[in-house]
Design a protein around this ligand. Sequence first.
Ligand code: ADP
Ligand code: MG
Length: 550
Amino acid sequence: MTETIEFQAEARQLLQLMIHSIYSDKDVFLRELVSNASDALDKVRLASYVDKDVAVETDDLHIELVTDAEQRTLTVRDNGIGMTREEVVDLIGTIAKSGTAEMLAKMREAESAGSKEQTAELIGQFGIGFYSSFMVAERVEMTTRKAGTAEGVHWESTGEGTYTLEPVPDAPQGTAITVHLKPEDAEDALHDYANPDTVRRIVKRYSDFITWPIRLNPGEEEGSQEPINSRKALWARPQSDVTAEEYAEFYRHVSHDWQEPLETMRLSAEGTFEYQALLFLPSHAPMDLFMREHKRGVQLYVKRVFVMDDCEALVPEYLRFVKGVVDAQDLSLNVSREILQQDRQIQMIRKRLVRKVLQTIAAMQENEPEKYATFWRELGRAVKEGLLSDHDNQKAILDICSFPSTHSADEPTTLAAYKQRMPEGQDTIYYATGDSRSGLENSPHLEAFRAKGYEVLLLTDPVDEVWVDVVTEFDGTPLASVAKGEVDLGDETETPEGFDDLLSWMGTELAEEVKEVRLSSRLTTSPACLVGDPGDLTPTLEKMYRAMGQ
Ligand code: ADP
Ligand code: MG
């Protein structure tokens, strides 16, 4: 019995983009399918460790690639975890990735602006995974059976709106994906994916580090059982042996990002708590960075065996964009997330990992200012959350922060640089918080500071409203808002006389709206401004709370 099912709307749109592929490097579809197969093998091995009773086969876990020049197909087969019928519908027929709607909106913008490069770049940032097979396929077939279940399912689609599903009683464990290649690619020998040489080349280039054996057309000739990948875990190889290209491909595999990493970091420790780590900073913000269900990017391995994705015990929330692998020697394989949070070894690793990341950013700031600028533009908003949550590292975080200021229209400043510019007599770092730079620049609060030649930080990220309440000083210099309380600008002006009647009249008239009306020395051209008490919520925070219904 065959059922025909419609793709979810977002999935349909993405498939259209794939079919009329604008992404220049089509070879990457194979990297994506092999990456999924590798994940599926990781999962089945883990399942067998965690639950010894499930009927899963783990004897000869591997990936097989089969080319058929006559039928013009390429099949990627794994004997991994597989999918149930429901999972096929949810994972393949639907795009569950957070940020999809946002990305599609950006893509439509790019398209209506006629920018093909920009659309391709957005695809790269999002990562399309399984759907990338439709860049080269006129039709894709998939047969899959979930490990431990009895019946498999066959999926098939041309990518045009619908797919079909059909039960398969005797499917082997795992997933086989057959790509029926578009005829036009046959003429281009380099990109003829039904040619074993092409496939070998792509695997070498993109998937060499995959630790599962990848076999090409096994059984066809002598030696064809031999894996075509070298299978070495990159984090266990001497650092000098691994090329930047290899790191980049590994980064793509763990991060599901299509871009290159901005920075690669290696860490290791020997002795009682032995571990190795390979970590990356991305070159752009992940789509889900500010979504509620965002993921953290570090995988936990125990002695080369994959244990879990998004290991939140290993990285604090504010470094959720860090990707990579930690391979620990002395942990149980079926450790739970809850237990990990309490584990002393994990806490130590986390501490070092945080320090390493902060040091790496500091070094980038020092030695590669452009790279740092990219990093900060993309990810600074997340890093600043650490000012609130990571007390131990507050100083280190403040050091790597930079903020827009009245000093320069386009270059943000560090607090250290701000301090160096402070004129004689200024003993406080001043900031203003609000929605936009232009709004702040025109605010009457800034007048007196401008008149005195004092620089003011212009903080416009929502998180800025919050950390400024916690961070009261930098390196011995207090931080103060230009909009709060008694800003002492050190002017010894005489209080002008004769305003008492006016002030008391205004105080009565405005009793419902304000606490007090007083004379100010902080204005130069504007007649009046509103200020808060030192402990008050800022206007933006007030707005935020109101929006949240509080
Ligand atoms: P991603 O790998 O980034 O999650 P993909 O589009 O590549 O996105 O795959 C979507 C999901 O489909 C995967 O997360 C996985 O759950 C499932 N999947 C894809 N390929 C396989 C496979 N070979 N075996 C088992 N599950 C798979
Ligand atoms: Mg994938």
